[in-house]
Structure formats: C-alpha cells, structure tokens
Write a protein that binds this ligand. Sequence first.
Ligand SMILES: *Cc1c(COP(=O)(O)O)cnc(C)c1O
Length: 393
Amino acid sequence: MSNSTNSTISHLECTSCNKIFPKEQLLNLCTDCSLPIFARYDLDKAKYEIDKDQLVQRESTMWRYKELMPIENEENIVTLGEGWTPLVHAQRLGASLGFSNLLLKDESLNPTGSFKARGMSAAISQAKEKGVKKVAIPTAGNAGGATAAYAAKAGMEAHIFMPSDTPIAFQVECEQNGAQVEKIDGLISDCGKIVAERKDAEGWFDISTLKEPYRVEGKKTLGYELAEQLNWNLPDVIIYPTGGGTGIIGMWKAFQEMEDMGWIGSKRPRMISVQAEGCAPIVRAFNSGLNNAPTFKNAETVASGLRVPSAIGDFLILQSIRESNGYAIAVSDKALLEGVQLLGKMEGIFAAPEAGATVAALSGLVESQHINQNEKIVLFITGGGAKYIDVFI
Ligand SMILES: *Cc1c(COP(=O)(O)O)cnc(C)c1O
C-alpha cells in the first residue's frame, strides 16, 4: 500500500437511522430510510497519527487533511488545486458597517470559481475509486461547472441538468469542459427528478447534493481550514448562504471531528443561515420550530444557488443552527445585489449573488441583536460573480 493516503475512514453511517454500511459500498441514500449517509473515521487513530501543528508543512489544498478524507489510494485523488483559500480581514467593509472583526473566507478563488470545487473533488475522487464511469447531477449552476471540470480531469462522462434560466455562462462552461448539458423548464428539484428517473437505465451515478456521502466530505474541509487559519480558535459567528446546505452541514461535522481529536474545544460558532426571500424554506422552518423544511412554493431568486425549494438535508441544517444557538434570516434580491456591490467596492472581491446575501444580512442581524459588531464574524464568500453577468446587467 505504498500509494495509501492513510485515510482513517472506517465505515458509512445513516445520519438518521444510524444504519451502518461498509466503507467500500457505493451508495446514494440509506437503503432503509432514504436519508443522507455520512462517512465515519477512526478518529482515535487519526488523533494519534496527525500532529495538527505539522499541517502547516503540507500542500496548500484541501487534501492537506487527507487522513480525514474517504479516498484510500493517492492515485484516485482528482484535484485541480481546490481549497486552502484566503481568510481575509474585511477592514474597509467592516469599518463601513461598524464591525471590528469581520472576516471573509474567499471561496471564489477555487477552481471553477466556487466552493463547489471542494465537494466535487471529493465526490469524483471517490467515484473514481469505486469504478464509476458516468456521473449525473441536477444543478443551479456552480455544481454543474465543478462536475464538468472534475469529471473531465477524471476521464468520466458527466450528464448535467440545469433549469433553462440558469445564467448562460454555466452552460457554456459545462459544454466547453466536455459535459452533456440538458436545460429543463423547471427548478433544480425538477432536474433532480429527471436524474433519479433515468440514472439506472443510463448507468449514471447520481451525485446530487447529499444524495451521495462524499461531497459533504469535501465541504467539511471549510471547517478544518477555518480552524487552522485561526490557529485552532473558531470564530464567534459563521454567516453562510444556504441552498442545499452541504457547506453548513459539512462544517458542523468537521467541528465535531476536530473536537473528538482534541484539536478544538466544545465551543462552537453560532451558525447563521442566510437565504433569499424568494426561496427561504430553512428560514421558515426555523421560525416555525420545525425539524424539517416544507417545500417552498414558487421559488424565485437571482441567487440561483439559493433557489433550492426543498433540501434533503434540511433536518441536518436546522440541527446545526439550533445546536449552535444560531439563526436563520432572509434578504431580498435587491439587498443581496447591493451586498455584492458593497463587497466589491470595499474589498475588491467580485462575488456571486449568493455571497452578497451574507453582506446584506449583517444590518438586520445587528438590529435583531443576533450578532454584535465586536464579535469575530466570518462571511462565506461561496463563489465569484463573473458567471452571473446576466444577473448584474
Ligand atoms: C451552491 C451554492 C451555494 C449554496 O450552498 P449549499 O452548501 O448547497 O447550501 C451558495 N453559494 C454559491 C455560490 C453556490 O454555488
């Protein structure tokens, strides 16, 4: 095993009924309850084998945490250099809004321009390890772009289904990277249904959000990086634009893993989920005290990554918000576009509309006393703005 990653993955486990599966199994959802599955690790072993203070010497990608990732053979890692993105102090933006310790995790610098690269690098690597030749995905944009790129790198076929009103750059990007693209007159959930209906006959592996266990493993590296970049002291607050929720769920998982390894203590940031007013199922469910989020009818927002009317991981998102003493808030499309402009003007980062929502949420969160201007607050700038040109002009 000279090419071993020394992954400490031990098994797969259903997030709801806790049914256990062998780590070698190629799975979508739990075979009993049809809910998401997580990869589990031998964290006692990982704790013993990884010296967190030596991580500084490792490569500047998310694969610096490879013992805590599911891939077992180095040769199966499909990478374009994702992760280890800058965590920058937003001095001018912070000062303009009265914050002293506002930080930005700039995920726009990932390959394909968004944090979807993390999830896809992990999922496509794991699919390669398990012999998959064809993948399929419903997408609001960035997930499709990342799928096309990583599938190309791996030599796999990619079948991508996107709503017909998805910004045109995403379609062009997928096609230029060799993927088969179909535009659907409907929402991402309608695209998801088509993938589900056709995948068995076509021999596609479905890599929809949280319908396979590994994209969330890529996204969890956001949590590891944040901790490492802050010298193993987590911030007071995380503000995250939430669609399917893999980022928030992944970070929450990472925090528990790090605590189990003794890398951090039990203190958690308050997880604040931001959605668009035109599609805010998690905000509604949070405010109504529900554990699941009913489908949000007539979903509409220019932040296409937030146009997810129903998320299979809804209960996990709500759990992390509540357990962290966090909050959920919706902002208008007008406000999130102004957020993009303010972020650009003050910090020189041209962000996706989804990321603009985190800036837009700040004033309302101060007013309702869910955050305070002296706290250490991290905004997740989940993607770049260039592919959304049609939204901005
Ligand atoms: C997909 C996406 C989101 C939503 O992310 P989830 O982890 O699915 O909630 C936010 N911002 C951008 C730019 C995205 O592409």
